[in-house]
Design a protein around this ligand. Sequence first.
Ligand code: V47
Length: 345
Amino acid sequence: MKNRINFEDALKLYEKDIFELGTLADAKRQELHGKKTYFNINRHINPTNICADVCKFCAYSANRKNPNPYTMSHEEILEIVKEVDSHGAKEIHIVSAHNPNVPIEWYLGIFKKIKDAYPHLHIKALTAAEVDFLSRHHGLTYDEVLDLMVENGVDSMPGGGAEIFDEKVRDFICKGKVTSDQWFEIHRKWHERGKKSNVTMLFGHIESRENRIDHMMRIRDLQDKTGGFNCFIPLVYQTENNYLKIDKPVTANEILKTMAISRLVLDNVPNLKAYWVTSTVNLALVAQEFGANDLDGTIEKESINSAAGAKSANGVQLEDFTALIRNSGFIPVERDSLYNEIKVW
Ligand code: V47
């Protein structure tokens, strides 16, 4: 592609004045999406917090700091889905810890049960980290796990488990979990099945600016080959209740610059999500001026980031959310999980 930003130039963008950078990212956003800001009506379900892996940044898994292990039954999960379906949710986002005590049927059978009862709901489920765990724990290849996902009704994959792809940082924050190469192998295989996925980046902990740019470049490379990523989601590290000792949270200035740079570097990824759960709603609204065109959704309940201090445990009200987007000068557009427009609010 012509005029692509290379690694060195991307890094230099951090030295620009924040508003100048915002203007550049906004131009790209406007070219792709105008003033539209997408969101969906969704529900996050986190069915177990028992985890075979130990990620230093995680406050969600049951461990010494958070000793409240739980594993939901399929009936409990279906009860939640029934309720959220009645509220008009269009997407169920299911992400679990890596539970070695349940059969693979517990992980996969629930998707089929949801799909059979609610064929209109989009199931976004299983991060590449979970796929890797299921493959290792149950002696299956990645292809076998991915085929089982498709057979059981998973529609798309969330972007979790990406963390930071730089191997040195990754080894420190989440040693033993899916490697960066494996993470990309799983998403490549998923895309080869004609399916879409998202990709995240966990930042604001021990990683450097170089590590962030390297992360973006690796995403851009796979996207050139498959075109399967719908959305890039920079996740702001939440500092509470976990084993990474980071005293100073990353500044709003650095968050907005990182968002803007990702909009410019990831020229082949159509959507940039400001995930209000980790950035706060206020900063997510400002991020609309710095390249972000998607604010995730109403969520209803969230356990992973709220365990680490985010104010997201109970989601956000639809009317409040759309009013906030509109009052900040953007057009709230409800989308489905594949970014087809449903309704302008
Ligand atoms: O991979 C864990 C992150 C992710 C912390 O695909 C933390 O649409 C901040 O991937 N501070 C799971 N983040 C959530 C996720 C996601 C969320 C929303 C939308 C989508 C999507 C995907 O949560 C994990 C990890 O990177 N996480 N602990 C923490 N202390």
